[in-house]
Design a protein around this ligand. Structure first.
Ligand SMILES: Nc1ncnc2c1ncn2[C@@H]1O[C@H](COP(=O)(O)OP(=O)(O)OP(=O)(O)O)[C@@H](O)[C@H]1O
Ligand SMILES: Cc1ncc(CO)c(N)n1
Length: 270
């Protein structure tokens, strides 16, 4: 059995963070494990409060997993504080897992900061260079590069600038731009456009978490980076198409659409 570990924050509403990651791992047929960095009181509408987990317990969680269980891929999400960024970076250097997918989570859909401003430079200096792939959305890429992104050329320039921070490859997600949600993959040499199809639904809570976890799961299963991205892009598109009308805000994606189809529970968004 292949395994994946998520190092991320908990979302009480179940749509993003650790909860989305574990569902995505399970749906991809990979055994999921978790290290919780922060607990958010969150639903489909808002993040109400956040409590960071004490670094000593984050350290214990990481060591408990790596000292005992083979980890085929790591996905990193919400890191919250500079102390947590530095600790996780130190531990990843020590255990050096083969595949590290870094989703540089910064701000929730409702505008709540999930990474403190003083943690951004630690993320750029200590964490990014350890990753196999970093998966920023457009606003995150703008923070990482210090430049606004409008055109396709801007997107290519952003990938090159982020890769120059020391990461092997970059997936710049296009969900926040108008038009089709095409993502841009830069493998350090070549660019690949990963074509998307916009689904018209408000239920997009946790799309970034789901995509990065699916990539980690497929790397754990032995796929190449490009294959893992292509499989995961199809998966997130279908998960958004069959997303769930739960709560009053941005509902969650549907990780288990195949099971739901068998049970006649599928909802279709166009
Ligand atoms: N309405 C949509 N229809 C189809 N695909 C979408 C849609 N919105 C986003 N995507 C795709 O979902 C994936 C996640 O992208 P997005 O840019 O939304 O990430 P994100 O902002 O990090 O997500 P979040 O912070 O909500 O978890 C990308 O592949 C993007 O192209
Ligand atoms: C815990 C957590 N991680 C990531 C995101 C970004 O979607 C979120 N809203 N909550």
């Amino acid at each position: 059995m292949r395994t994946a570990l998520t190092i991320a924050g908990s979302d009480s509403g179940g749509g993003a963070g650790i909860q989305a990651d574990l569902k995505a791992f399970a749906a991809q047929g990979v055994y999921g494990m978790s290290v919780i960095t922060a607990v958010t009181a969150q639903n489909t509408q808002e993040v109400r409060s956040v409590q960071n987990i004490d670094p000593s317990i984050i350290q214990d969680q990481i060591e408990a997993v790596f000292d005992d269980i083979q980890v085929d891929a790591v996905k990193i999400g919400m890191l919250s504080s500079p102390e947590t960024v530095e600790l996780v970076a130190r531990k990843l250097q020590k255990y050096s897992p083969k595949n590290i997918v870094l989703d540089p989570v910064m701000v929730s859909k409702g505008g709540h900061h999930l990474l403190q401003a003083d943690a951004i430079s630690a993320l750029m200096k200590k964490m990014i260079s350890l990753a196999t792939i970093v998966t920023p959305n457009i606003p995150e890429a703008e923070v990482l590069t210090g430049s606004k992104i409008h055109t396709e050329e801007d997107r290519m320039d952003a990938c090159i600038a982020i890769q120059a921070l020391g990461v092997k490859s970059v997936l710049l997600k296009g969900g926040h731009l108008n038009g089709e949600p095409n993502d841009l993959f830069y493998d350090g040499t070549d660019f690949h456009w990963i074509q998307g199809e916009r689904i018209h639904t408000k239920n997009t809570h946790g799309t970034g978490c789901t995509l990065s976890s699916a990539i980690a799961a497929n790397l754990a299963k032995g796929a190449s980076l490009l294959e893992a991205i292509q499989i995961s892009k199809q998966y997130i598109t279908t998960a958004i198409r069959h997303s769930l009308d739960l709560g009053h805000g941005h509902g969650p994606t549907n990780h288990f659409f195949e099971l739901y189809e068998k049970a006649n529970l599928l909802v279709n968004h166009k």
